[in-house]
Each structure stands twice: as C-alpha cells, then as structure tokens.
Design a protein around this ligand. Structure first.
Ligand SMILES: NC(=O)c1ccc[n+]([C@@H]2O[C@H](COP(=O)([O-])OP(=O)(O)OC[C@H]3O[C@@H](n4cnc5c(N)ncnc54)[C@H](O)[C@@H]3O)[C@@H](O)[C@H]2O)c1
Ligand SMILES: [Zn+2]
Length: 343
C-alpha cells in the first residue's frame, strides 16, 4: 500500500534509469534544491520538463497547484507518465496532490531531500495544500509508487532544517520504544546529522507499518499526530517551521498528558528529558509564550482535532503505547499554558 521504499544513496542509480525510461515525465522541485543539485537533474532528468517552485511553505497553495497542473497539461503528460517530486515536504505534498489530480492519478515518485521528508512526509501518501490560513486543508490520500531516500541530499541541509527533522524524529520517540531507547541512550548531540541519518530507516519502518494498518487515518494512524495539534497552532501563529513547532507541541502535550494522569509519569518524564535535550540543542526560533493562549485558538481550525467542541490530541501513554486525549477547548488551553511554565 505505501509503495516501495528504498533507502541508500545507490537507489538513485539503481531505480531512476528504469523509472524514467519509456514515457514522458515531469519533475517538481523547489528553487533551493534545483540550484544545489544541477548534476543530479542533468544526469537523470536532462530531457524532462522541470517545474521549479519558489522555496517555502507559503507556496504550498492553490495557485502553485494550478500552475503545476497547467504546466503538466501543457507538457502533454499521459496516464502512464510519472511525476517526480524532488524536495522537502512542501514539494512532496503539493507534487503528490498534483499527481493524484492529473488525469485522476498518475504515478508519483517521491525523492525527499530534507531530513523531515526522509523520516516522515515522503512516506504514507498524505498530499495537500494550505488554504485560507488552514494547513493541509485541501488534499488527498495518494500513495507514491516509489519513495527513493538518498541521505546524500542531506549534506547541504542548513542547521535549522536538521532541527526540523529532529522534531519529527522525537515524535517517533513518543511512539516507538525502539527510537525512544536510541535517543535516550545517545551520548552525543541529538542534532548530529550522521547520527540522525541512522534513524531514517527505523522512522520510515514505523510509519510504513502504521500506514499499512490504517491508511485513511480512522484509527492507529492518528498516533502520528502526536505533538501536531498544538504544533500546528503554534506554526500558524508564529511563522516558526513545522518541525520546530512539532518539538514544542510534543513537549507541551506530553506534559499536559502527564498532568492529567493520561501518560504514565515515569515514562513521560523520561520522554520529556529527551524532548528537553532536543529543544536545548535545537533551540527553535524565539517564541513568545505569553501569546500561547491566543495562538491556541488556531487548534480549532485543524480539521483532525475538533470533535464535539473538544480539542483532540494523540499522546504517548507508556512505552510503545499511545492514546487520544480530548479536552473542551478552555480546558485544553489551560492545560497547555500550564505545561509551558517549564519551558
Ligand atoms: N505528508 C505528510 O505526511 C507530511 C508530514 C510531515 C510534514 N509535512 C509537510 O511538510 C512540510 C515541511 O517539510 P520540510 O521541512 O521538508 O519543508 P520544505 O519543503 O519547505 O523544505 C525546507 C527548506 O529546505 C530546503 N531544502 C530542501 N532540500 C534541501 C537540501 N537537500 N539542501 C538544502 N536545502 C534544502 C527547501 O528549499 C526549503 O527552503 C510542511 O508543509 C508539512 O505540512 C507533510
Ligand atoms: Zn509533521
């Protein structure tokens, strides 16, 4: 269901010649990746139409989707054509959606180039654009045919983007005992890229297993939203990056869950120690916590978390166990603001 996932720098040479042969294709990338990897594009996509989206979340919108679909139509792609999404989560999300829509679905190959995209967003088939200030509100479940994860792309990643990937990795620590143990016993820096690369496989394996069990997010896949209800609210109000906000969100929601007796205290405090280390090493851009209560209002707009007027989050309960945690909006705000006191 998740499509084939290949990890390792050699997968580009192993898979791309076969995947690009025999039909018209289309590449979506962003301006940073295109400028950084001329040899890669020249080698595998010399004769292919390449659409270069300006870099940044603000371009993950309807206008870009319209322009991409117009370019695909103009290039005359067929049902058998493929779209290659080469970039971070923004390119992956919008490229996947364009592939889902063109001729009711053409083959999509994800080639993630950020740590966040390699450990998380390229796998699982969630595609989307933002609209009207609401993140990911228009989208589709559309599985890529293949995901080619080449860690060599990460060498050019700015430090801030490494921290963003760490945000999603720490989310996996809240769900997978295996990743929790690796992070808890780690002596060196959690932001060390060579160390983080060794976690790609475990994160992808965890995500693929969850998606196989629950592709359309009616049950277990909801666990992958750990830290995201609060994280998205902070992201929309602050302009901080997704991964940074997930780090804050996971901290705040875990602390609130411990306070409410939902998360086992001993385990929860160990998880908070990992999160604290990640936050200290990867200080997210300054966020004014005095504005936290106001920005949590955005949690109401997130389609996944509102249920009977309650705000819903997924939280770690114990090692390898999660649960959903729903609170009336006012109580949610009180719990999260109280949790922020330790930051
Ligand atoms: N579909 C999913 O399941 C899922 C999961 C998590 C996040 N997301 C989405 O992913 C997006 C965030 O992804 P992201 O953090 O990758 O953001 P991004 O795509 O904006 O990439 C971050 C920055 O890194 C640059 N970049 C990309 N590859 C690079 C490289 N190899 N070297 C140097 N710079 C590079 C980009 O140009 C951009 O400036 C959000 O829109 C979020 O909603 C989706
Ligand atoms: Zn995320």
């Amino acid at each position: 269901m998740t499509g084939m996932i290949y990890i390792g720098d050699e997968v580009l040479e192993r898979r791309l010649p076969a995947l690009t042969a025999g039909q018209k294709n289309f590449v979506l990338t962003d301006s940073n990746v295109y400028a950084l990897y001329p040899e890669f594009f020249g080698k595998y996509f010399a004769d292919t139409e390449i659409f270069v989206l300006p870099a940044g979340e603000e371009y993950k919108n309807f206008q870009s989707l319209y322009e991409i679909l117009s370019a695909i139509t103009k290039a005359g792609l067929h049902r058998t054509s493929r779209l290659f999404a080469v970039g971070g989560g923004v390119v992956g999300d919008i490229g996947g959606l364009a592939a889902a829509l063109y001729m009711r679905g053409i083959s999509c190959v994800q080639i993630p180039t950020t740590l966040l995209a390699q450990v998380d967003s390229s796998v699982g088939g969630k595609t989307a654009v933002d609209l009207g200030g609401v993140k990911n509100v228009v989208g589709a479940f559309y599985q890529p045919r293949e995901v080619l994860i080449a860690p060599m792309f990460l060498k050019t990643l700015p430090a801030r983007e490494i921290k963003c990937g760490l945000g999603e990795i720490v989310k996996y620590a809240a769900l997978s005992g295996e990743i929790f143990d690796i992070l808890e016993t780690r002596d060196g820096a959690l932001t060390d890229l060579r160390f983080l690369m060794t976690l790609i496989e475990a994160c992808v394996r965890h995500k693929a297993r969850v998606v196989e069990a629950d592709e359309k997010e009616t049950g277990e896949r909801k666990s992958l939203n750990v830290g995201h209800t609060t994280g998205h609210a902070i992201e929309l109000s602050s302009g901080l990056s997704h991964g940074e906000c997930v780090l804050y969100g996971t901290w705040l929601e875990t602390k609130a869950a411990i306070g409410a007796g939902i998360c086992e205290r001993d385990y929860g405090e160990r998880l908070l120690r990992i999160l604290k280390r990640a936050l200290l090493e990867a200080p997210a851009s300054p966020f004014d916590f005095s504005k936290l209560a106001d920005c949590l209002d955005k949690a109401k707009s997130d389609k996944k978390n509102t249920d009977d007027g309650k705000i819903k989050t997924a939280v770690a309960k114990a090692k390898n166990e999660w649960t959903s945690f729903a609170l009336p909006f006012d109580e949610y705000v009180t719990a999260i603001v109280k949790a922020s006191e330790g930051l």
